[in-house]
Design a protein around this ligand. Structure first.
Ligand SMILES: CC(=O)N[C@H]1[C@@H](OP(=O)(O)OP(=O)(O)OC[C@H]2O[C@@H](n3ccc(=O)[nH]c3=O)[C@H](O)[C@@H]2O)O[C@H](CO)[C@@H](O)[C@@H]1O[C@H](C)C(=O)N[C@@H](C)C(=O)N[C@H](CCC(=O)O)C(=O)O
Ligand SMILES: Nc1ncnc2c1ncn2[C@@H]1O[C@H](COP(=O)(O)OP(=O)(O)OP(=O)(O)O)[C@@H](O)[C@H]1O
Length: 511
């Protein structure tokens, strides 16, 4: 992989990003691109971005970087080629795609956005595409990044949507490993930070939007959050929209601003009250729902909906009514990629999403669910589904809320618990630099004590053991928020944590 000065200047110029360039040598070629001084190789092009310190540039130069791209000049970069741009993130994304020789051109890309359901829908789609493509599909999710079929091609993700240079590097790896399809999650931050600037998707899916990720380091307002999320549709050749989403009118309008209605597909549960009168292409309805699985039927309504050939009965072994909606988005996206409904039926029966609706059973105590729900909308969706599945039993919930971010979630948790839970055991969940007990008290301040019995057990493992021990056979125990995380973020350190699933299994064995 390489990039030369002519390409750099031409690309930046074409996109009106170039402010000034001082070259050492017009024929300079770069064999490495990086935004981290610790990974510089001789001959590197170095990007100065984010919370950058000039010392990093000095280190990059010492390690052999010969040029830097930045929004301002630094004395530490004297003696290097200086490329000054008006938007470093956009410049990095464009040059990253060029350096890795546009791997996106060799991939059919299916991209999901939404406040909730991105990871789940991506895993569902990945499962279908594995069957359809005979294992030639990559996955960039919040949990795993999978760029091939060898064990070393599967690793944990740091971000939901990687930094642009990492994104194009991993796409290149996927293509070189023979992958033909990519399923990816696109966060609103990815648009805010231009991590996907210049990238076009074959299919873009908008799942839903509710207030979240609004705060100091994320989005200043809900309008900004909605704008960033909607950019996925602007950059998709074909759009799929969940017509049950809030703000449907704005979302549909955004899709139509760049995509012909013939390439926009809308789906909803049969009989759902929509906020806007839109032409539905596909509907679905539940046939049978249990704590273990959902059986549902899908029907194409419009001519283009029928052409997807997704009509039929499906069995999903990840419970939750909202997961039927996630599954329908995956079935439609995969159909647009060429998968058959038989591929989808087979995949959805087997699919497993780490940390989402994982179930642990016990002989004489309640059934335990481990789920990543960590805001009002997801906790409400999860608990109200479980509530419909319990008759006489109680809903016992173990949760905390993260420190130093998403502070509004504390009120949301209190509200969802008041609406749907019988017992809340408040505990620790990534407290960061805050006192977890204080966070718990803030959640508690929003709990209705007439309907919910509250306990504080700040050690999360003990909280889980307490919940399981107190449960009776008809009860449901929900361990919310951490999913499959194997660490707790405490005072800036990722402290090892055994995972909710392991702790629950051990607690059941010890009963
Ligand atoms: C606010 C934000 O977007 N921050 C991201 C951003 O940070 P940054 O650019 O300021 O980087 P930094 O780590 O502070 O360091 C500054 C620069 O100095 C460089 N450096 C640093 C040290 C050194 O010795 N040498 C050196 O060169 C770094 O490589 C970097 O380029 O770039 C980093 C990667 O380069 C990200 O890890 C970091 O994400 C933070 C940690 C984060 O968690 N962001 C969240 C909000 C996020 O993006 N979440 C979304 C999901 C949420 C959603 O659903 O919307 C996601 O896509 O994951
Ligand atoms: N369509 C949906 N609507 C509401 N809640 C959902 C939906 N899908 C999943 N959830 C709930 O949200 C939780 C997170 O789901 P998932 O990880 O798929 O979403 P995500 O969009 O990737 O979330 P995040 O941005 O927080 O990583 C699940 O554990 C479940 O409780």
């Amino acid at each position: 992989m390489s990039l030369d000065m002519t390409q750099v200047v031409t690309l930046l110029d074409e996109h009106h990003l170039l402010t000034e360039v001082t070259t050492l040598n017009d024929r300079q070629t770069f064999s490495n691109v990086t935004y981290n001084s610790k990974t510089v190789k001789p001959g590197a092009l170095f990007f100065c971005k984010g919370n950058f310190k000039p010392d990093y540039l000095a280190s990059a130069k010492a390690a052999g970087a010969t040029a830097y791209v930045s929004e301002r000049a630094y004395d530490e970069g004297d003696g290097m080629t200086r490329i000054i741009v008006n938007n470093i993130q956009k410049a990095m994304s464009l040059l990253g795609a060029a350096f890795y020789d546009y791997p996106q051109n060799d991939l059919f890309i299916i991209a999901f956005t939404g406040t909730k359901g991105k990871t789940t829908s991506s895993y569902f789609t990945y499962g279908i595409e594995q069957i359809h493509t005979h294992d030639r599909v990559a996955l960039f999710s919040t949990i795993d990044r999978i760029v091939g079929n060898a064990p070393e091609d599967r690793f944990k993700s740091d971000l939901t949507t990687p930094e642009s240079l990492d994104l194009f590097r991993d796409m290149r790896r996927a293509v070189d490993n023979g992958m033909s399809h990519l399923v990816m999650e696109v966060s609103s931050q990815a648009y805010k930070k231009n991590r996907v600037y210049g990238l076009t998707y074959d299919v873009g899916i908008f799942l839903n939007i509710t207030p979240d990720h609004i705060g100091e380091n994320e989005h200043p307002t809900f309008a900004d959050y909605l704008y960033c999320k909607s950019q996925l549709l602007v950059n998709a050749k074909t759009c799929i929209i969940n017509a049950e989403t809030d703000h449907l009118a704005e979302v549909y309008q955004t899709a139509k601003s760049t995509t012909e209605p013939d390439h926009i597909y809308l789906y909803a549960r049969e009989g759902a009250q929509l906020s806007e009168n839109v032409p539905l292409d596909v509907t679905f309805k539940n046939v049978n729902e249990t704590l273990h699985q959902s059986d549902f039927e899908v029907t194409g309504l419009s001519e283009k909906g029928k052409q997807l050939q997704v009509n039929g009965a499906y069995e999903l072994h990840v419970p939750g009514d909202y997961n039927e909606s996630n599954a329908v988005s995956a079935i439609m996206a995969s159909a647009l990629a060429g998968a058959s409904s038989t591929d989808a039926v087979q995949a959805l029966t087997d699919v497993h999403v780490p940390g989402r609706m994982e179930m642990v059973t016990s002989a004489d105590h309640g059934t335990i669910y481990i789920d990543y729900a960590h805001n009002y909308a997801s906790l409400k969706a999860l608990l109200s589904f479980l509530r419909t599945q319990t008759d006489a039993g109680r809903v016992i919930v173990v949760l905390g809320s993260t420190g130093n971010k998403g502070v509004s979630r504390r009120q949301g948790f209190g509200q969802a618990l008041s609406e749907e839970a019988d017992v809340a055991i408040l505990t620790t969940d990534d407290p960061g630099f805050e006192d977890p007990k204080k966070i718990a008290e803030e959640i508690d301040a929003h709990i209705d004590h007439q309907s919910v019995q509250v306990q504080y057990v700040m050690n999360r493992a003990e909280a889980i053991q307490t919940a399981i021990k107190m449960s009776h056979q008809d009860d449901i125990v929900v361990l919310a928020g951490k999913g499959e995380d194997n660490y707790q973020k405490v005072n800036g350190v990722n402290t090892p944590y055994a995972t909710d699933v392991t702790i629950a299994k051990n607690a059941v064995e010890e009963l």
